[in-house]
Design a protein around this ligand. Structure first.
Ligand SMILES: Cc1cc2nc3c(=O)[nH]c(=O)nc-3n(C[C@H](O)[C@H](O)[C@H](O)COP(=O)(O)OP(=O)(O)OC[C@H]3O[C@@H](n4cnc5c(N)ncnc54)[C@H](O)[C@@H]3O)c2cc1C
Length: 530
């Protein structure tokens, strides 16, 4: 979850004015329904194949209508963008390829309780977090798994139980001691960075540090615990340590307040934002044409949608794979940003048991000779009271898991669990994610590759005429996160709104909408730790 603090064109937290602007308005004012009737966007499989004069005259007839925008992608960024433009009385349509909303926010309810197979933490439990007002107003509970500055990012050390492959629990003082050594090693990598103009992988820098400071080397069990720390770091970046950029890995702009699990899952956030938006599920965009100040979007079944602008929020992995054809082609500066930014991978295997048989800790971890072979389970029982464990994998290991069938993946995970708890019972239900091969995500979230330019996130988000870009990878400040994607969607909508308002001469009307008095619910975030 890398969010860089280098060049920003918008502020770290969402301005209050914008936060008010994006908050869902319930119930919707009647004006919104009226606006739908005047929709400037139209769907017609014949529109491009038929008489072009019809198309132009149709568009001319719509000049008095509010500006129209097609939002492509129904993840948090697309929904946030669509919500913002709907609130500004724009004509908005959202096209989503899947049969569900949320994208990489995916709360599954088949266990009889919410299980997030994509994002599950709010990174930065603080009022500065752009999602805080919405989470507060929905009364959603957070279970804090770490405070600020944890060496394990989203978990505090005391919440772990680590085991070796023979099922012996690693003494806590060993875990703490190796944790401190790990921090020292990482601190020493800063010197390596300062000495070198060119970038290298974090793994390479660590091995330079260990060569120079043999006293930091670990042996035996301590070595395995060190590998486990590296494994946790790989999970944070969704990438292997030999691909993580030394220059960028710690340039992250993590919000304060630590990390909180969304106890009821992330779905209620999506649901609240999506209310009353004109959403078309199962609409996979294949082609985007910019012509005569309009954007013409074609979906897989041949249907075509036309609007004044489009906001593209499909994942970076989808853009990299060229699954959408652009006419004219995207400019070189945009294409190189798409290819230079990396996409990491993370997967989850969730298991429901009939009862709890594991220790009452937040995380069960298995140490091993390599970070690849280490593993860990998130104990959802601690946060939610349900007998659910979630095995988390990242980097190459997460790719390899995707090659297995569900049953093989569960067998593998149970083998890991039984190394720690030999009499573990079989799960009664399971879920396996495949974010790397899922054609609608093709990866988990963006990450910095070694030796690439520093302005990639900014270039990802910069508009190309009336095409605007949003999503986690277009968030310079908080990439790889839900709140980063959300803010990016709102900001893209705001830039689009300003430009189109000027073009359509509707600034006054929209300012009026912006001034509307939204009541902000000033209840605190609900945080617990059992
Ligand atoms: C396993 C995992 C764990 C994570 N954990 C956390 C966490 O704990 N906390 C956190 O903050 N973040 C986490 N993240 C990251 C977070 O989920 C993402 O950063 C965020 O949800 C991305 O939102 P988005 O709107 O940018 O993209 P998406 O949610 O991917 O939305 C893009 C949408 O575009 C759609 N789409 C794709 N192709 C097309 C097409 N051709 N036409 C139309 N629609 C299309 C997709 O179906 C999708 O709905 C995690 C991600 C993963 C995968």
């Amino acid at each position: 979850m890398v969010g860089h603090s280098r060049l920003f064109w918008f502020s770290r937290s969402l301005p209050l004015r914008l936060r008010r602007y994006i908050m869902p308005r319930l119930p919707q004012p009647p004006g919104d329904e009226e606006a739908k009737g005047r929709l400037a966007i139209f769907s017609s499989p014949l529109s491009l194949r038929g008489d072009p004069c019809f198309l132009i005259s149709h568009i001319e007839r719509q000049q008095s209508s509010p500006p129209s925008v097609i939002v492509i992608g129904g993840g948090i960024s697309g929904i946030a963008a669509a919500r913002a433009l709907c609130n500004a009385s724009f004509n908005v349509i959202l096209l989503e390829s899947r049969d569900r909303l949320g994208g990489r926010v995916h709360t599954d309810y088949s266990f009889g309780c919410p299980v997030d197979m994509g994002a599950s933490w709010l990174h930065g439990v603080c009022n500065e977090n752009s999602l805080a007002p919405l989470i507060r107003s929905l009364g959603l509970r957070l279970y804090r798994t770490s405070g600020d500055n944890s060496v394990l990012y989203d978990h505090d050390l005391e919440s772990y139980a680590l085991f070796d492959k023979d099922g012996n629990q690693v003494p806590q003082q060993v875990v703490i001691k190796v944790g401190e050594t790990f921090e020292r090693i990482l601190k020493e990598t800063e010197k390596v960075r300062d000495e070198n103009n060119s970038d290298m992988s974090l793994l390479q820098a660590i091995s330079i540090v260990l060569d120079r400071n043999p006293y930091l080397r670990q042996e035996g069990l301590e070595y395995e615990v060190l590998q486990w720390y590296i494994c946790r770091m790989e999970a944070w970046f969704a990438a292997d340590v030999d691909t993580i950029s030394l220059k960028n890995w710690d340039q992250e702009h993590v919000l304060t307040g630590g990390h909180g699990l969304m106890v009821q899952g992330y779905h209620p956030v999506i649901q609240a934002l999506a209310k009353n938006i004109d959403i078309h599920l199962n609409h996979r965009v294949k082609r985007i044409v910019q012509r005569n100040n309009r954007v013409i979007v074609t979906v897989q079944n041949g249907n075509t949608f036309v609007a004044d602008a489009a906001i593209i929020t499909v994942p970076l992995g989808v853009l990299k794979a060229n699954l959408i054809e652009f006419e004219p082609k995207l400019p070189e500066w945009k294409l190189s940003a798409i290819s230079d930014l990396g996409v990491g991978i993370e997967n989850k295997i969730a298991l429901r048991f009939d009862k709890v048989f594991w220790p009452n800790v937040e995380v069960l971890g298995l140490v091993a000779q390599t970070s690849y072979a280490c593993g860990y389970f998130l104990n959802l029982h601690k946060a939610t009271g349900h007998p659910v464990l979630v095995y988390m994998t990242a980097g190459r290991f997460a790719y390899d898991i995707e090659k297995l069938s569900d049953e093989e993946a569960v067998d593998f995970v149970m083998l890991q669990l039984r190394k720690m708890i030999p009499d573990a019972t079989d799960p009664i239900q399971h879920l396996v994610s495949r974010w790397g091969t899922d054609p609608d995500s093709l990866g988990a979230y963006s990450c910095d590759l070694v030796g690439k330019p520093a302005d990639l996130y900014e270039r990802l988000c910069d508009p190309v005429d009336n095409l605007y870009f949003a999503g986690e990878a277009a968030s310079a400040d908080h990439s790889g996160s839900v709140h980063g994607a959300y803010t990016s969607g709102i900001m893209a909508a705001e830039v689009c709104r300003r430009r189109l308002s000027v073009q359509h001469g509707v600034a006054d009307l929209l300012q009026l909408v912006m001034r509307e008095d939204f009541t902000e619910v000033m209840v605190p975030l609900q945080i617990s730790r059992m």
